[in-house]
Design a protein around this ligand. Structure first.
Ligand code: FES
Length: 235
């Protein structure tokens, strides 16, 4: 039996959002280890993860919008390319912005239907989440749950309550619901010392399942588990 608790090393990749929830035309907020992130996609569809703070006056990038594949700050409209560099300052249309004006970008990648971010230099590859990578299985994203407990506490409580699990990585827990035929996968996103997000996936053997029914079942099941964890650990 392995119990692997999520590490707070800045070089560790953490899941921050389902890829499907980062569309091309909007800026999306995520929080990792207390750091606000602005997630968005450039024209090529490559996802970006920036510190949620404009280098001009500190306005949150998530108050901005995407224009022609660039992020436009919501306050003075400075534009930033996906390289992070400022490309235009509307108040000075004839000026080429200095190269030093740059958004603070973090390491980001997409794997297994999720956006992963490392706040520091990644010291390892994105963890292998086997059932989500297995082309012989169906992977279904159910929902992301905010839980008012730390990722470590939630991991611990899940492992206390479920015996039918395999811990497969520091920030994921695999639970075999029906032998290996149906597996639920919990991916942990540490937000703060008191709060985390759990991204719930279900993986099942072929043929293709009734996704709506599967989602309903596992979302309800995890809601009960969340309530149990929050009530129990509040006592
Ligand atoms: S605060 Fe962002 S452009 Fe001024």
């Amino acid at each position: 039996m392995n119990i692997l608790i999520e590490s707070k090393r800045l070089g560790t990749w953490s899941p921050v959002m389902a890829s499907a929830h980062v569309p091309v035309d909007q800026v999306t907020l995520a929080v990792l280890h207390g750091q606000e992130l602005a997630l968005w996609r450039n024209k090529q569809g490559t996802v970006q993860a920036w510190e949620n703070r404009c280098p001009h006056r500190g306005t949150r990038f998530t108050l901005g919008r995407i224009i022609d594949g660039e992020l436009s700050c919501g306050y003075h409209g400075w534009r930033f390319a996906s390289s992070g560099k400022c490309t235009a300052i509307p108040a000075h249309p004839n000026m080429t912005p200095p190269k030093t004006i740059c958004a603070n970008a973090y390491s980001v990648t997409e794997r297994f239907g999720m956006v992963w971010v490392a706040l520091g230099t990644p010291d390892e590859d994105v963890p292998a989440v086997g059932p989500l990578a297995d082309s012989d299985r169906h992977a279904v994203f159910c929902r992301s749950f905010t839980i008012y407990r730390s990722a470590e506490e939630v991991s611990h409580q899940v492992l206390q309550r479920r015996t039918d699990y395999l811990a497969i990585h520091g920030n994921s827990i695999l639970i075999e619901e029906n032998g290996p035929a149906v597996q639920s996968i919990l991916l942990f996103q540490p937000m703060t010392a008191e709060k985390c997000v759990v991204h719930l996936w279900v993986s099942c053997t072929k043929p293709k399942p009734d996704e709506a029914a599967l989602k309903r079942k596992y979302i309800e099941q995890f809601k009960r588990l969340r309530q149990e964890i929050e009530l129990r650990t509040a006592a």
